[in-house]
Each structure stands twice: as C-alpha cells, then as structure tokens.
Design a protein around this ligand. Structure first.
Ligand SMILES: [Fe+2]
Ligand SMILES: [Fe+2]
Length: 200
C-alpha cells in the first residue's frame, strides 16, 4: 500500500490540526511497533488512518453509519463522535481497499479499546494518547505515560483507560461500557499477573 497515496487521501478529509495529530499517531505507532516487534508498516498505516472519519459532524456520522448498516449503540447515539472509529474502519476498507483485519480492528477500537487487544490495536490505542502534539500542560499524567508506553505497553493501556474514565467521571451517558470492560480486563489479566510473577 502506497503511504503517500494514503497520506493524500487522509489530508483531504481532515482539518490541518487533525492531520498533524494523525501524522503524530502514525510515527508514534511506527516507533512502538519497532519497540515491541510488531509490523511497523502496518502500524504506520493504522495510525495514519485511525481518525479518517473524525472530521464529520454528529449528524453525518449517524446518517453514514445508518446508510452503511453499521450498528449504533445507545452510548454512540448519545455521543456520536464515538462512531468515527467504526466508520473510519469502514471507509478504510471500502474506499481505501485496506483488507488487513488487524489494521481495521486497530482503527475500530482506537477510542474505547477492547479486552484482549492485539499488539497492533494496543499500539494505535496508546499512540493516539501519547503522540508528540498532545500537550503535557493539559494532561499531567502524559509525561509518565509516554515513558511507560515504551517500557510496558499493557501498563500504559491501563493508565490511559484510568485517565479516560476519570475524565469522563460519573456521567453514565458518556461512559462507553467497552472502555470499562477493557479496563477491567487489563486490571484482572495484567496487574494480577504482574503481582503473581512478583510473588514467585
Ligand atoms: Fe479518534
Ligand atoms: Fe486520534
């Protein structure tokens, strides 16, 4: 897949600010893939395409998902921006001819995560949060999570989910249960595993 072709397609769809963020996510995904032994070309593409449908209004997101028969959850009905993930994966597949399921899943789950993510999914999820254009002034955990991402990606996933859930607060209409399910999965599977390993 020609990366220049994809960059041009993405640039047409996004604001300048969103496009700069996207390039940051692509290069950060590339570096994380090198660090953890994932396919760095796939990581670069997944990062580049993750927000392909981000610059659409709520109404358009809802109507396009209906038009293409993509399921809309109640939380997505209430917070249509969440739909940019699955709609972006749809366009990646049908407009840009991306067939790789792992890339498509990394796009689909980049906002909420999901239990038992593939390495590529975790990479894009983390890169979206730590890419260089995110401001440490506005997020006091960011410096720590940036460093953690390159030493233990699973712990970084947990910290990002924790920050996201704290940010969303107690507003049940805003919390996507997939974020909570992902958080619980990683707490159970990773923190407990690390604890048991430490006790050995
Ligand atoms: Fe996004
Ligand atoms: Fe993003």
């Amino acid at each position: 897949m020609d990366i220049i072709y994809l960059q041009n397609k993405v640039r047409e769809k996004l604001t300048t600010q969103r496009y700069i963020h996207t390039l940051g996510v692509a290069s950060t995904s590339f570096c994380l893939a090198l660090r953890y032994g994932a396919d760095y070309n796939k990581a670069n593409i997944a990062g580049l395409l993750h927000d392909y449908a981000k610059c659409m209004s709520d109404d358009v997101l809802l109507s396009k998902c209906r038009e293409h028969n993509l399921p809309i959850l109640e939380v997505e009905e209430n917070n249509p921006y969440l739909l940019h993930s699955k709609l972006g994966a749809y366009y990646a597949k049908y407009e840009l001819n991306i067939e790789d399921e792992d890339i498509l899943n990394a796009i689909t789950y980049h906002t909420t995560g999901r239990p038992n993510m593939s390495l590529l999914e975790k990479i894009v999820f983390v890169a979206d949060y730590i890419e260089p254009n995110r401001s440490e002034k506005r997020n006091h955990n960011l410096q720590r999570i940036r460093k953690l991402s390159f030493s233990d990606i699973d712990l970084a996933v947990i910290d990002i989910l924790e920050s996201t859930l704290a940010y969303l607060g107690d507003d049940k209409s805003k919390i996507d249960t997939r974020t909570l399910d992902t958080y619980n999965y990683y707490i159970d599977n990773i923190k407990n595993k690390n604890r048991m390993d430490g006790n050995r």
